[in-house]
Design a protein around this ligand. Structure first.
Ligand SMILES: [Zn+2]
Length: 305
């Protein structure tokens, strides 16, 4: 009897200790998962804060590049798009009647010119450089320097200077880092300004209207698709045109008028040489040739004359 009882006891206690072991194992695994999750969140938010702080100290352009989780998503998607990444995506045939643009492309680097393909353009995003009195060239050089300093990811397709000069930093077929979620389908324009009010002077404003209208004709957009950085993320950018909605409305109205006039003016002219074509070697990177896309464009979009 005793022996049988013991045996019974053993049989009962065996499954119960087995269950305890299993429960302990599950608890351990759950704890590990929680710890991993918390620590990755902490390190993510820390790196995000660090980037913001560095950018603040730079005292320069603060447009939204890729930070925090957005940056991770960006890097992941770049892996998926790896094949396309280094094709020369610069070939975009521009509408006739382009404004005068100086190409001063950034050296390819993953902080400001990643060479990711900008597949479709559904909008134009206007920014202000947030550094009163700085020139287009200085802002361009700041973007370019990020390839060495790695302090943050930020850039823009165009920068319009205080003299109305238009610098192009990134070919239109490539993505810029300026407008967070809309980097994937917009072209960005940074504007210089003299004072901290962020108001564009006459020359800068005039070039902005001209550049925006030409881009609208190039991508078949309306003035309503010319938006502020503010409209994407709520950031006070371009400051003056967030604080003065009427001034923004007037700017859009001027763009609308210019689109209409220039549609009429250039209606019989073919598209110009692809906008944003790399004419000079500026990044030490060999121009990519022989892609299907390029061949197609070369055949169909020969410049007039
Ligand atoms: Zn901005």
């Amino acid at each position: 009897m005793r022996h049988r009882r013991k045996e019974t006891h053993f049989h009962k206690s065996f499954p119960s200790s087995w269950q305890t072991l299993l429960a302990a194992l599950i608890t351990f695994l759950v704890c590990m998962l929680v710890i991993i999750n918390i620590s990755s969140r902490i390190s993510g938010s820390l790196s995000g804060k660090k980037e913001e702080a560095t950018a603040f100290m730079e005292g320069t352009q603060m447009a939204d590049g890729q930070t925090g989780t957005g940056q991770k998503a960006e890097e992941e998607s770049s892996k998926e798009e790896g094949e396309e990444k280094y094709q020369n995506a610069g070939q975009v045939p521009g509408a006739p009647g382009a404004p005068e643009i100086t190409e001063d492309f950034l050296k390819p680097n993953k902080y400001s010119r990643s060479q990711k393909v900008l597949k479709k353009v559904k909008g134009i995003v206007v920014h202000y450089v947030q550094n009163p009195g700085s020139t287009a060239k200085e802002n361009r050089d700041y973007f370019n320097s990020l390839g060495k300093t790695h302090t943050r990811k930020v850039s823009s397709h165009y920068i319009i200077g205080l003299e109305g000069e238009i610098l192009q930093c990134i070919p239109l077929g490539e993505m810029a880092y300026a407008s967070k979620d809309r980097n994937v389908d917009t072209v960005s324009i940074e504007c210089c300004h003299e004072t901290s009010s962020g108001k564009f002077n006459k020359k800068t404003r005039k070039s902005l209207v001209r550049l925006a209208e030409w881009l609208c004709r190039t991508y078949d957009l309306t003035e309503k698709q010319v938006i502020r950085h503010y409209d994407v993320t709520g950031k006070m950018c371009p400051l003056y045109y967030v604080e003065h909605p009427k001034a923004w409305k007037k700017l859009r109205k001027d763009i609308k008028k210019k689109i209409k006039n220039n549609r009429e003016k250039y209606k019989d002219q073919p598209s110009e040489e692809p906008a944003g074509t790399e004419k000079k070697e500026n990044g030490g990177q060999e121009k990519q040739t022989g892609t299907e896309e390029k061949k197609e464009i070369d055949k169909t979009e020969k410049p007039a004359g």
